[in-house]
Design a binder for this molecule. Structure first.
Ligand code: PLP
Length: 383
């Protein structure tokens, strides 16, 4: 029997947003973490060159896997055999690959709640069990080593995400090390989603590979490299798992898109352009953090990285999906309902993505201030 999984409600919000746009409304898309900055110029130029000169085929670029391995050496001081880097259709496919190739059906996989919608649903789609650990503001909505140590029975695996979606919070190095230690002691395999590395406003991010060499690492060109529609990501697998992972990737996905691989190789050296993008998101973050008190939103997780703000709107609603739809209809600002990321507490949270342009952030704030004030007034009136 196929597994029942929840829809990604933000997609539903986005569909309405596009309908409204088609009717001529001005829409600001803050529902997805999709960079508004374009793919690096060098990546686009490389793609043009290849299109004009190379018929292409099923292919995994050894130049790109070697370049990614070099990135681990330079950024984290971790030495990889380039064969450990498996190119995939985005982090989404890398996550499917990591889980499917490592765990049997029925395996218990722990994860933070709130967490990225696809963790819970991919685990379920693969007939495994999602073990959600409730993480509140006290632990900045992040997993702790203690929570993993206390979990009985020990899960087969854990998905760690830092910076996290929907909060942007980062696990400090000592907590990453402590999580690695608990997992080593309890024989828990780690899948570390590092898709938001590079998008950090609070100093460098550390890779779980620095603490747990047997971890499976999921990453992508979608965020820092600003190439989400090119659908290219990667999995770093330990040597002991390589043959199985290669068998799975070959059968489930064949290869990642060839054109994207050529472009991504050029993107990896576009550092000044990419850091310019980070500066845009840093500015957007500042603007939105400054505006939150004017929206009456004080209960937020401090977004150390990524491009999200996870805000408690419990004083205004107990139905975040209806709230997001109303906000969209009234102001044209699309956001993601908390229920996507937390099926329990998410009824009173929403997620803003500040991956849009800076003028769009400014305009969204301008539209939302009176709207939130009206909602607060409504909520304070007796029913
Ligand atoms: C935490 C996280 N992991 C994985 C993904 C999937 O990314 P992609 O398949 O575009 O690489 C996303 C997308 O937003 C994400 O937020």
């Amino acid at each position: 029997m196929s597994a029942e999984i929840d829809p990604f409600h933000a997609i539903g919000v986005s569909v309405v947003a596009h309908e409204l746009k088609a009717q001529g409304r001005s829409i600001i898309h803050m529902e997805f973490g999709q960079p508004s900055t374009p793919a690096p110029k060098a990546a686009i130029a490389a793609a043009h060159r290849v299109l004009d000169s190379d018929p292409m085929g099923y292919w995994e670029s050894s130049a790109l896997t070697a370049r990614i391995a070099r990135h681990y050496q330079e950024t984290y001081g971790v030495t990889l055999d380039p064969r450990q880097v498996i190119l995939t259709c985005g982090a989404s496919a890398a996550l499917v690959l990591a889980l499917a190739a490592t765990f049997p059906a029925g395996a218990r996989i722990a994860m933070a709640r709130p967490g990225y919608v696809a963790y819970r649903n991919t685990v379920k789609a693969l007939h495994m069990q999602a073990v959600e650990i409730a993480c509140g503001p006290g632990e900045r909505f992040q997993l702790t080593a203690q929570a993993l140590a206390d979990l009985e029975p020990a899960p087969a695996g854990v998905i760690v995400a830092s910076p996290a979606n929907p909060t942007g919070t980062i696990l400090p190095p000592d907590e990453l090390a402590a999580i690695a230690e608990v997992c080593r002691a309890r024989n828990i395999r780690i899948v570390s989603d590092e898709i938001y590395h590079g998008l950090s406003y609070a100093g460098p991010t550390r890779s779980m590979l620095e603490y747990a060499p047997a971890a499976l690492i999921v990453n992508s060109f979608s965020k820092y490299y600003s190439m989400a529609p090119w659908r290219l990501g990667w999995l770093v697998a330990p040597k002991a798992d390589l043959a199985r992972c290669r068998a799975y990737v070959g059968n489930l996905f064949l290869t990642a898109p060839s054109l994207a691989q050529h472009a991504a190789l050029a993107a990896m050296d576009a550092t000044s352009e990419l850091e310019g993008n980070v500066a845009v998101y840093r500015r957007n973050r500042e603007l939105i953090l400054q505006a939150l008190p004017q929206l009456g939103l004080s209960e937020i997780a401090p977004p150390d990285g990524a491009f999200y703000v996870w805000a408690d709107v419990g004083h205004l609603t107990g139905d975040s999906l209806a709230f997001c739809k109303q906000l969209l209809r009234d102001t044209g600002v699309a956001t993601a309902p908390g229920v996507d990321f937390d099926p329990v507490e998410g009824r009173h949270f929403i997620r803003f993505s500040f991956a849009v342009s800076t003028p769009e952030v400014e305009e969204a704030i301008r539209r939302m201030i009176p709207w939130f004030a009206a909602q607060a007034k409504k909520a304070s009136q007796p029913a």
